[in-house]
Design a protein around this ligand. Structure first.
Ligand code: NAG
Ligand code: NAG
Length: 983
């Protein structure tokens, strides 16, 4: 007996020492099989060790007390690959979460069917595509299904109405289409229904959803919903969250909404709701957040809305609300966020507004509110954003603001506020923007501004501030914009200004500043705008200004500056230069000696135009120089003779192709050619293209270089002389804007010649023609993937510049592959922007409103119902260009049948797979990168404008797509913003 025990003990000991001798159980083997199908770049599953006996201690694996695997939770691990179907072979597995990974391909019914114990399936935030698996309702125990933020497409399967126990259904942010099936109202167990942000076909909210009386969360934002909010929603007595924002809902907000007795959050913003806000909302005792902004609501704000005991946040901005802010607002003891801007509210604010509320964000801008700012507005000491722009507020600022250390955005411009800024308010430590423009403030900027360490924008123009600009301003290391024009500032510019290294805009025009311009300004590396016009500056223009790398607006007119114009100014790329009305002398640097700068140097007595020696009008200041005047007259006479002689020769030369009437030439760059050279060469033989607005010629100049000349048709009917003038002026103004644009990815507009019958636009010549011609022509094989990628990126950068860096932003309105031109190295530049608009506006004058913006195949879907073009329409068109680059297909092609390119891409991916959308001329070696770019293209072509990324984002996404930055997280994940909580 003891011997037997000994043997048994020895055996146990042996087994313990050599666990490898025991094989991994079957569940572990299934898990390893699942792991094998996934790429795990961070080696997060390194501890899934085949030598273990059970998987129960592995990352993400959980076992029941009896040892069976019941849950696999592998979130946010960068796992890539198709859904690991082997997981469904674990017999007791009830919980799977693989959210925030890169799970791709489609989700097949057969892989899920064996998951019969599953209660919880979370595959949100991945890259799954194809249709939703219709088999899901057959999983008998499923309670929680989250497939949000993937690329699922197609309709919601009809089988989705027969889930026996489903409590959570989230399909937010996919590409689902079709309409929302009314039969979802049969899943009576549902507690959460999240369908937001899918490109559903437009249709009403199914009133059957009111049958889901267990519903706690209902998200239907961005679902193309039309019609009215069903009054029967009041039956949803357990509902805490209702989000119907960003749809096309009409009618008024039903009174019955006050029956949502559990509701905490109501989001109705960005719809077409009209009528009055219902009364009775004070019954909603749990309501904390309500947003009905961006609608057409009218009438007064009901008094009792502020009696909702827990109300924290009320957004009613951008409506047509009238009446005053109810006095009850002052008693809302939890209210921290009140935004009522852009309405028609009037009257005074409740005197104790802010005294009893923890106000943090208050924006009442663009109303007709008057009276004084309530004294206790920052009594809670937590006010961060304080905006009252464009109202009629008067009186002085409440002294308490000086103690309001929490403030970081203060915007009070365009009111009638007066008096001194309270002592201490200049130096609030967190204020990032202090905007007091266009009021009647007086007094000085005090030295305590030194404490405003975060001040980036100080905008105090159009007031009656006086005294010196304090030297302490030089301590504001974050200061980007100082706009203090139209005040009564005196004294010298403080030397310390030269130390502001991030300064971008300095506008001090129309003050009484004296002394010399600063010399040590080399640290203004980011300065783009410098305007000190209309002051009493003396001395010379410091040559250092010429070394400011990004300066493009320089106005020093109406001062007493003297001396020569430094030649260094020629280094600047200026959109605006004004040195008029000073006492400058010497010659004008040659680069400025052309039409574009003809108004830049007026009223400088001693200044001569080089090289003709023609001096500018100077009567005012030249009495002391009568001798000089005589000389001048002689020179003028000579110059006139020379000018007439030249003119005569030019006219003669141009006569060959046009009548004698005059051409005017407006140059935007220094030209190396003369206008007549171009006029002479506009012959049929030189035509390289034809568009809706005119022909394009290639003109080879005397110096051997080429330019492209676009000749626009006559666009006005004869016999409307006055209108013609208006039309011409509008055209010229528009073209002048375009001429000022300088960006490496935008085709340079050299000059514009106009004549009463036609206009010529002279552009830089792009050797390889348009992307459209190359891509869809016989030379398409020249464009391999790296080239196409570069073209997409170049064009995106050009467009991004137009949208984000031009003031005002320029909407191209006609992005298409034929408007993206390729230079000798196949670098891409955007062409033809804005001209479309100039031409169209001109045409609108006489033709009725039938002008379509954009080109067939590139027009964003919302244009059909809004007839409005904005940046988002450009982004859609750009998305189409991306799809062209990836597929090599035309945007409209009989091959697609009823579909457009976007639908063709989506359905081909879905039915045949990704490889079938990629241009067969491309090397699949780049497939991964191509698919990322395609994804960006698809996002740009989202049917809901709200889902399209900005061009900044597009550029970023394209950069992240390239091989160099592999492994960066998917941009879609950053976008987040799926829940109204994050708004
Ligand atoms: C996932 O990838 C990102 C980006 O490369 C990285 O920062 C992160 O640490 C990775 N996560 C894991 C768990 O490997
Ligand atoms: C599980 O892992 C922990 C730490 O890695 C270890 O201490 C423990 O002994 C392991 N348990 C089993 C049952 O393997």
């Amino acid at each position: 007996m003891p011997t037997f025990l000994l043997i048994a003990a020895a055996t146990l000991l042996f087994l313990h020492r050599w666990p490898i001798a025991l094989a991994l159980n079957q569940e572990g083997l299934h898990l390893l099989q699942a792991k094998r199908g996934l790429v795990d770049p961070g080696d997060s599953l390194a501890d899934w060790d085949p030598r273990d006996t059970t998987p129960c201690n592995w990352t993400g694996v959980h076992c029941s007390p009896t040892g069976g695997v019941i849950a696999v939770r592998l979130t946010n691990l960068n796992l890539t690959g198709p859904f690991p179907a082997d997981l469904c072979r674990l017999p007791t597995l009830s919980f799977i979460s693989l959210s925030f990974n890169y799970i791709n391909s489609s989700l097949s019914s057969s892989s899920l069917l064996p998951c019969s114990s599953l209660t919880h399936l979370d595959l949100s935030q991945n890259l799954l595509s194809g249709e939703l698996p219709s088999v899901l309702p057959s999983l008998p125990l499923l309670r929680h299904l989250d497939l949000a933020a993937n690329n699922f497409s197609g309709p919601i399967p009809s089988s989705f109405t027969v889930f026996p126990f489903l409590e959570v259904l989230s399909l937010t942010a996919n590409f689902l289409n079709g309409t929302i099936p009314p039969s979802l109202g049969n899943i009576s167990s549902l507690r959460q229904l999240n369908l937001s942000y899918n490109p559903f076909a437009s249709g009403p909210i199914p009133s059957s959803l009111s049958n889901l009386t267990n519903l706690e969360i209902l998200w239907l934002a961005g679902c193309s919903l039309t019609g009215e909010i069903p009054p029967s929603f009041s039956r949803l007595s357990k509902l805490t969250d209702l989000d119907l924002s960003s749809n096309f809902l009409t009618g008024s907000i039903p009174e019955t909404l006050s029956g949502l007795s559990s509701v905490v959050q109501i989001e109705l913003y960005n719809n077409h709701l009209t009528g009055r806000l219902p009364s009775g909302l004070s019954n909603l005792t749990f309501l904390r957040r309500m947003d009905a902004s961006m609608n057409g609501l009218s009438g007064p704000i009901p008094d009792d809305i502020f009696s909702i005991p827990n109300l924290e946040s009320l957004h009613l901005y951008q409506n047509q609300l009238t009446g005053s802010v109810p006095s009850t607002a002052a008693g809302a003891s939890n209210l921290f966020d009140l935004r009522l801007f852009v309405n028609q509210l009037s009257g005074q604010l409740p005197a104790s507004l802010g005294s009893h509320s923890p106000l943090m964000y208050l924006d009442l801008s663009s109303n007709q509110l008057s009276g004084v700012i309530p004294r206790g507005i920052c009594n809670g000491l937590v006010l961060q954003e304080f905006l009252l722009i464009d109202n009629n507020f008067s009186g002085s600022l409440p002294p308490g603001l000086a103690q309001c250390q929490s403030l970081y955005r203060v915007r009070l411009s365009n009111n009638q506020l007066s008096g001194h800024v309270p002592a201490g308010m200049w130096g609030l430590p967190h204020v990032w923007i202090l905007e007091l423009s266009n009021n009647s403030f007086t007094g000085e900027i005090t030295g305590d501004i030194a404490r405003a360490a975060n001040l980036s924008k100080l905008l105090i123009d159009m007031n009656q501030f006086s005294g010196k600009i304090p030297p302490e301003i030089g301590l504001l290391t974050e200061l980007y914009e100082l706009s203090a024009s139209n005040n009564q500032f005196t004294g010298l510019l403080p030397e310390s200004l030269g130390r502001l290294t991030v300064l971008g805009q300095l506008d001090l025009h129309s003050n009484l500043i004296s002394g010399e311009l600063l010399a040590g300004i080399q640290s203004w590396k980011k300065l783009t705008f410098l305007d000190i016009a209309d002051n009493n500056l003396t001395g010379g223009i410091p040559p250092e200004i010429g070394s400011l790398p990004v300066l493009n607006y320089l106005d020093l007119s109406k001062n007493n500056l003297n001396g020569n114009i430094p030649m260094q100014l020629q280094n600047l790329k200026l959109n605006q230069l004004n040195l008029s009305d000073n006492q400058l002398s010497g010659s004008i640097p040659p680069i400025f000696n052309n039409e574009a700068y003809k108004t830049s140097f007026l009223g400088n007595s001693g200044l001569c135009l080089d090289p003709t020696g023609l001096c500018q009008n100077s009567i005012k200041r030249s009495q002391r120089h009568i001798k000089f005047l005589w000389l001048l007259t002689a020179v003028v006479l000579l110059a006139c003779i020379a000018w007439f002689y030249c003119k005569y020769r030019k006219v003669k030369a141009a006569k060959k192709m046009q009548d004698e009437s005059k051409w005017t030439l407006t140059a935007f760059h220094k030209l190396g050619f003369a206008g007549f050279e171009i006029l002479e060469s506009l012959e049929e033989d030189n035509v390289i293209g034809r568009g809706s607005s005119g022909k394009v010629y290639r003109v080879v100049l005397g110096n051997g270089e080429s330019v492209a000349v676009k000749k626009l048709w006559r666009f006005s009917k004869k016999g409307y002389q006055n209108r013609d003038q208006v039309v011409d002026d509008a055209f010229e103004a528009e073209v002048a804007t375009l001429g000022k644009i300088r960006h490496k990815n935008i085709v340079k507009l050299w000059c514009c010649c106009s004549h009463k019958d036609c206009k010529l636009l002279v552009y830089e010549y792009m050797k390889n023609g348009s992307l459209g011609d190359v891509l869809h022509g016989s030379e398409a094989c020249l464009l391999d993937w790296p080239m196409r990628y570069k073209i997409a990126l170049n064009a995106a950068e050009g467009l991004c510049y137009l949208h984000h860096d031009c003031i005002p932003p320029i909407v191209h309105r006609d992005i298409k592959s034929n408007n993206i031109l390729l230079d000798a190295e196949f670098g891409a530049k955007v062409a033809d922007f804005g001209v479309a608009k100039a031409v169209e506006e001109v045409e609108m004058g006489q033709r009725s409103m039938s002008v379509i913006a954009g080109s067939c195949g590139y027009i964003a879907p919302e244009y059909a119902y809004t007839l409005r073009v904005n940046e988002k329409s450009d982004i859609y068109s750009f998305g189409i260009v991306i799809l062209e680059l990836v597929t090599g297909k035309l945007p409209v092609d009989p091959e697609f049948g009823e579909k457009d390119l976007v639908k063709w891409v989506c359905s081909t991916i879905q039915h045949k797979g990704e490889d079938h959308v990629i241009d067969s001329k491309l090397d699949l070696f780049y497939k991964e990168e191509i698919m990322k770019v395609l994804h960006t293209g698809l996002l740009c072509t989202s049917s809901l404008p709200i889902n399209r990324p900005s061009m900044r984002k597009v550029v970023k996404m394209l950069l992240e797509s390239s091989g160099e930055s592999k492994g960066k997280s998917s941009p879609r994940h950053e976008e987040g913003n799926l829940s109204p909580y994050y708004k």
